[in-house]
Ligand binder design. Structure first.
Ligand SMILES: [Zn+2]
Length: 342
């Protein structure tokens, strides 16, 4: 890194004196730490986007920890983290949290006067809760919210800043942020099938499209399709009635099972290990390992910096979907690099 830039970066860190945690020391003393750690190759494709089960469990934990409590202070590592201009962030300081909701893969903290703070974790954003005197998160914090008996931290690993906060006032303004995806847990089989057929895409793309379905990303779509015994590349227009019903049932079952599992893991605490690769997943993140249903090796389709996992025997009549033959289809009809950007 050129010296000038290094000096500038150092100055930035010094300017941010209020930033309390020890991470800062690491960057102040060794400004190139982040750069030297940037290129560590990941063994598996990076797609740990929190999806519906994670967000539901976050929501429930937040209700337990902050609803009814007054927000005493907000600190942001960068003004760019806040994507809205009015009302200013100070508008929520001194107010009590009156509710917590989920919208797609986003979390919404509700304050009085219909003020809604929308937290979008994107890929690497995570929430941490630390009670008074608790150890601050090891990973870099980008925002903190102080309450009387603890601090809620927003952290984001890596160097890309994608997580965001948006403060809006009024239900109408909040509704504008909604991408309109169907809430699958409450949807009837007919409504689910209608969404599937609204546009003709591969199942993988439709399930992960936030305009069509709410809260499903790369990990759980792999699990859902495996449970439904359907190929990720099957086109929604070709889906039979029976297959659509099977997919609906698989979607609800998989999301419900994982929500309950994560809920049990968290108990009365706060979710600490939010990752897309979980022990017990059938195919996602398990390339080359035996399918739990039939024992055949789990296959993958790679695209951009993501991958889809499936079992050829259970989901595609034993045929492996060759990467080469797929290239055209993938370009036209597969989730983009970040299928979860909402
Ligand atoms: Zn199988």
């Amino acid at each position: 890194m050129p010296l000038q830039r290094r000096a500038k970066r150092r100055k930035n860190f010094v300017d941010r004196e209020w930033w309390p945690w020890h991470e800062e020391d690491k960057f102040t003393k060794y400004p190139s730490f982040r750069d030297t750690h940037r290129c560590i190759p990941s063994v598996r494709s990076p797609s740990p986007v929190p999806e519906l089960p994670d967000i539901v469990v976050y929501t429930e934990s937040l209700v337990r920890h902050i609803v009814g409590r007054t927000l005493q202070r907000v600190r942001l590592s960068s003004p760019f983290l806040l994507r809205s201009v009015t009302p200013p962030i100070e508008a929520i300081v001194g107010r009590a949290v009156v509710g917590v909701r989920r919208m797609g893969k986003r979390l919404i903290l509700e304050f009085g006067d219909e003020l809604f703070l929308v937290i979008h974790l994107m890929i690497a954003g995570r929430l941490r809760w630390r009670g008074v005197g608790g150890k601050v998160p090891a990973k870099l914090g980008i925002a903190s919210f102080d309450f009387r008996d603890g601090v809620l931290f927003l952290t984001e690993a890596g160097t890309k800043r994608r997580a965001s906060l948006t403060l809006v006032q009024g239900e109408t303004a909040l509704a504008l942020i909604d991408r309109g995806g169907l809430e699958v847990m409450e949807a009837t089989p007919a409504a689910f099938a209608e969404r599937l057929r609204r546009e003709n895409h591969t199942l993988k793309r439709s399930l992960t499209d936030p305009r069509l379905f709410s809260g499903i990303g790369n990990a759980y779509s792999d699990e859902i399709l495996h449970r439904a015994r359907l190929s990720p590349l099957l086109l929604t227009a070709r889906l039979t009635e029976e297959e659509a019903e099977r997919l609906h049932l698989a979607t609800i079952t998989v999301l419900q099972e994982w929500t309950e599992r994560l809920r049990a893991e968290v108990g009365d605490g706060f979710p600490e290990k939010v990752t897309a690769f979980r022990e017990g997943m059938a195919v996602h993140g398990r390339y080359g390992q035996p399918c739990p249903a039939c024992g055949a090796p789990v296959q993958r389709i790679r695209y951009a910096d993501n991958e889809t996992n499936y079992c050829a025997r259970c989901q595609n009549e034993g045929r492996v979907l060759a990467d080469r033959a797929l290239s055209r289809l993938l370009k036209q009809d597969f989730p983009r690099t970040l299928p979860d950007e909402e």
